[in-house]
Write a protein that binds this ligand. Sequence first.
Ligand SMILES: Nc1nc2c(ncn2[C@@H]2O[C@H](COP(=O)(O)OP(=O)(O)OP(=O)(O)O)[C@@H](O)[C@H]2O)c(=O)[nH]1
Length: 224
Amino acid sequence: MSDSEDENPDKQLKIVIMGDGASGKTSLAVRYSQENFGKQYKQTVGLDFFLRRIVLPGNIHVALQLWDIGGQTLGGGMLDKYIFGAHGVLLVYDITNYQSFDNLEDWYEKIREVCKDQPKLPHIALVANKSDLEHMRTVKQEKHQRFATENGFTSHFVSAKTGDSVNLCFQKISAEILGIKLTKPEVEQQTRVVKADIVQYSNAESVPRATPHQNTRSSLCSLQ
Ligand SMILES: Nc1nc2c(ncn2[C@@H]2O[C@H](COP(=O)(O)OP(=O)(O)OP(=O)(O)O)[C@@H](O)[C@H]2O)c(=O)[nH]1
């Protein structure tokens, strides 16, 4: 453990990712924790866990535990236990699949039911995934905004495929939960999209080395 970690132990946040099957929950968790994307659809049975550590402004070290819940768990007996104690919940839908948006009412209802005896609901974020498929959109942005505003959700538009706004989404949610205010440059830094051309290197020696990702470590385990 480094000195800075000794001085600043991680704040642990339990973040639950919910929504219909194939809306892209696992892809978001994999993109965020492993900076990776797989085209192949593999249904999550039960639950997967992912972990990512980040540092928020003010040198606040945060360990984000991502609970990726299979879309088939709605109506199952385990869902209550998965939601219980969550600091934040992502309600994820696929912008090209209207049903996945419509069904979020049921997922939200479940959260309210599980948390009815708690003083307040977890932070809830409405996450529109697959923004790279804008040309196939079936959920109007106004519908998204209305659902978010009426229920006090934060609102996010992301693509697990391209990575667009994924870091920003999780950073904003963590900051919101911990009551940390992000400045405009901090938000812009996360938003920046880096475009690069493919470069042909003449020999292996001139290939630049990848810089290790600082302050982040991630891992995965699965529970079925
Ligand atoms: N184009 C595009 N495809 C995506 C995106 N995110 C996920 N997908 C694809 O959508 C399919 C479903 O993604 P998953 O991440 O497995 O969906 P899930 O919500 O975890 O599904 P369940 O495990 O059934 O709950 C896969 O084929 C992904 O490659 C995205 O942002 N853009």
